[in-house]
Design a protein around this ligand. Structure first.
Ligand SMILES: [Zn+2]
Length: 297
């Protein structure tokens, strides 16, 4: 994963020729698209909707689905020929190296931005090298200091995604609504997590029956799609958190629904919290009795 700098792509090709997928940082892609809007004559009123469509392109779950959406995208914005030409040649065309930035390009539970490296790089320049170029032997010494400092912070590194209890509780509540529908190895949930989807919604999605970009987008914003990965025996959710972090409410709810994860049942309190009023009154009586007795004595 890197930004679009051609020298990084060339170096990776030369040194690590066995690298299967060189991902393009999605943050840098969006930055480049934004900085090209004015030069390619894209009207301000259309910029946000184009960015939203690119977000959908980013989340396409298969290459086939990408092609369908991309064709509709090109038709919708056909008035911006220069922009479409730039977008195609840099981010889609087979001749370009910077085309791997979609869900369908890689396994789930991956980063789609190199912002962590960028922030380490920024802190190296700011806190350690004072923005000066150092000879390699000096730079390696500095790097050693950086690693010692990081080790001192004793940050915990988890090899599995952490599941907060609150999320498990929410997932249990979602599971109890019984909204999952399964078809062709996929599972579907309504995005609002309230009303069950229709059979026609699933067919429309699986058969890519869309005539306009808006129709496709409106439909995508209604559905949550999950899949049971037979080979790796894990549930994949194609929502943003589910795909990039490997944990989301939908994935947990489906795992609970199919018995792979235990549900969290909350015991509801039956009355008001704290000591009962009667107890206080009983205590008063006892105190009075004691007082009376002490008076008699
Ligand atoms: Zn999800």
């Amino acid at each position: 994963m890197s930004d679009g700098a051609s020298f990084i792509f060339n170096a990776v090709e030369k040194i690590c020729s066995k690298v299967k997928t060189h991902l393009m940082c999605y943050f840098h892609l969006k930055k480049s698209v934004k900085s090209n809007f004015a030069a390619k004559g894209v009207d301000k009123k259309d910029r946000n909707s184009i960015l939203r469509s690119i977000d959908h392109l980013h989340r396409m779950i298969s290459q086939d689905q990408f092609q369908v959406y991309y064709a509709l995208f090109q038709t919708e914005y056909s008035c911006y020929k220069d922009f479409l030409k730039y977008f195609d040649s840099v981010w889609v065309s087979d001749e370009s190296k910077t085309t791997k930035w979609k869900f369908s390009d890689c396994e789930p539970n991956v980063f789609f931005t190199n912002n962590i490296c960028e922030s380490l790089n920024a802190s190296l320049k700011r806190d350690y090298t004072n923005r000066e170029r150092k000879p390699l032997h000096q730079f390696l010494k500095i790097l050693k200091d950086v690693f010692i400092d990081i080790a001192k912070e004793r940050k915990k590194i988890h090899s599995f995604p952490q599941i907060p209890t609150q999320l498990k509780i929410k997932a249990s509540k979602l599971e109890a609504k019984d909204l999952f529908i399964s078809k062709n190895n996929y599972f579907f949930l309504p995005k609002n997590c309230e009303t069950k989807l229709e059979e026609s919604d699933l067919e429309m999605f699986l058969e890519n029956r869309y005539n306009t970009l808006k129709e496709f987008q409106d439909h995508l914003e209604k559905l949550i799609v999950l899949k049971w990965d037979v080979e790796r025996k894990v549930t994949i959710c194609f929502c943003h958190d589910g795909y990039t972090k490997g944990v989301c409410i939908h994935k947990l709810a489906l795992d609970m629904h199919q018995g792979r994860l235990s549900k969290l049942i909350l015991l509801q309190p039956t009355g008001k919290r704290g000591r009962k009023r009667k107890a206080a009154k009983a205590l008063e009586k006892e105190i009075n009795l004691v007082l009376k007795k002490s008076k008699k004595m």
